[in-house]
Design a protein around this ligand. Structure first.
Ligand code: ASP
Length: 353
């Protein structure tokens, strides 16, 4: 089905028409992708649950308060646990968002998403959605019928943010547990607690109180409408493959070699400390670079990143700056659609932090 047909069918079937006064009513589209926010548990007090069970219509019905904030339409893009997210779904999601904004079908978009890879999807969208209207990701740590379910409040906050003129030109954001985060900065830091997200070293962009967003600061400048990448130029094709390898005490170079054999164009090494590697990985790197595979030196540490003044520098490696291994991988995949030379790639990495 084409993106246009998909949009038409999904929006017609899920249109909510709220009663408003004379003022302008913002139009917010909720794109549901699954996750725990759509999960159902056999027991409200237990810890086991099945993610990605509720449809977008059911999510909307759970939070009737959103209808006082915007006219709401819903689209079900997929219904998956976000550990199963793929680059193909990212491209479809970005194309749907681009189409909604380009055809002036809404003023803001909320994407409901599993929390496991929310930061990755947000960062990809931040690079390729060429619009300054708000795109806000949200989800939940507890399933929809759990005691203290956090999904409804998160969805309400996300709609309030997506409907707010203050959210324009802030890049793609996430809203979780009343905090607003910038796509390039946030990460999941707890496996189960509702306060699971942080922007290490930088802090949240703002908060939401009583449905009103309050921003403390702006995100980094290179996002969405300011990005030199756009979903329009990816032409629906998949991204060049880039893998991630973890270093640790005594780490072997076998995973690095296996990735190269699989045909990756780049490898991000999530090093220890300031982007340091085990002896075996260190020994393998010069040969890998000589074979034309790009290496990005990153870190498994949450704060501080990796700058160019690393210990034992190797010629020809890139450094991740403040980006996490999983985010610099996405940036490299997107950047490789336009550039191959290390100077331009490092310029991109440094610019999109
Ligand atoms: N595994 C779930 C997911 O990412 C976790 C969640 O949504 O919180 O889909």
């Amino acid at each position: 089905m084409t993106v246009k047909k998909f949009l038409l069918l999904s929006t017609l079937s899920l249109l909510f028409i709220p009663a408003f006064g004379n003022g302008y009513t913002p139009r917010v589209t909720i794109i549901a992708t699954g996750g725990t926010i759509a999960g159902i548990a056999p027991s409200s007090a237990g810890t086991f649950y099945d993610p990605a069970q509720l449809t977008v219509g059911a999510l909307m019905e759970q939070v009737p308060e959103i209808r006082s904030k915007a006219s709401i339409t819903g689209i079900q893009l997929c219904n998956i646990a976000s550990q199963h997210m793929t680059t193909e779904i990212w491209i479809r999601l970005a194309s749907v968002i681009d189409s909604l904004f380009s055809n002036d079908l809404c003023d803001g978009i909320v994407v409901t998403h599993g929390t496991d890879t929310m930061e990755e999807t947000a960062f990809f969208l931040n690079l390729v959605v060429p619009h300054d209207k708000p795109v806000v990701l949200t989800g939940s740590m507890r399933p929809s019928n759990a005691l203290g379910a956090d999904g409804p409040a998160n969805l309400y906050n996300a709609v309030c943010l997506a409907a707010s003129p203050a959210a324009r030109d802030k890049g793609v954001m996430a809203v979780m547990n009343d905090y607003i985060f910038a796509a390039a900065e946030f990460t999941k830091t707890h496996t189960v607690n509702p306060h699971a997200f942080e922007s290490p070293g930088r802090g949240p962009l703002g908060i939401i109180r009583g449905g009103i967003p309050v921003f403390f600061r702006d995100p980094g400048p290179m996002h969405t409408v300011h990005s030199e990448f756009s979903i329009k130029h990816l032409h629906g094709t998949d991204l060049p493959p880039v893998g991630i390898v973890l270093s640790y005490a005594g780490a072997s170079a076998v995973p690095v070699e296996a990735l190269i054999a699989s045909g990756v164009e780049g490898i991000v090494v999530a090093g220890v400390g300031h982007g340091n590697y085990s002896l075996e990985i260190e020994a393998a790197i010069p040969g890998i670079i000589a074979r034309g595979v790009l290496i990005v030196r990153a870190t498994r540490i949450l704060c501080g990143g990796v700058a160019s003044d690393v210990e034992s520098p190797f010629e020809g490696q890139l450094t991740s700056g403040l980006l996490s291994p999983q985010k610099v991988r996405i940036l490299l995949m997107v950047a490789l659609t336009r550039y191959r030379d290390p100077d331009n790639l490092q310029r991109i990495i440094d610019g999109y932090q």
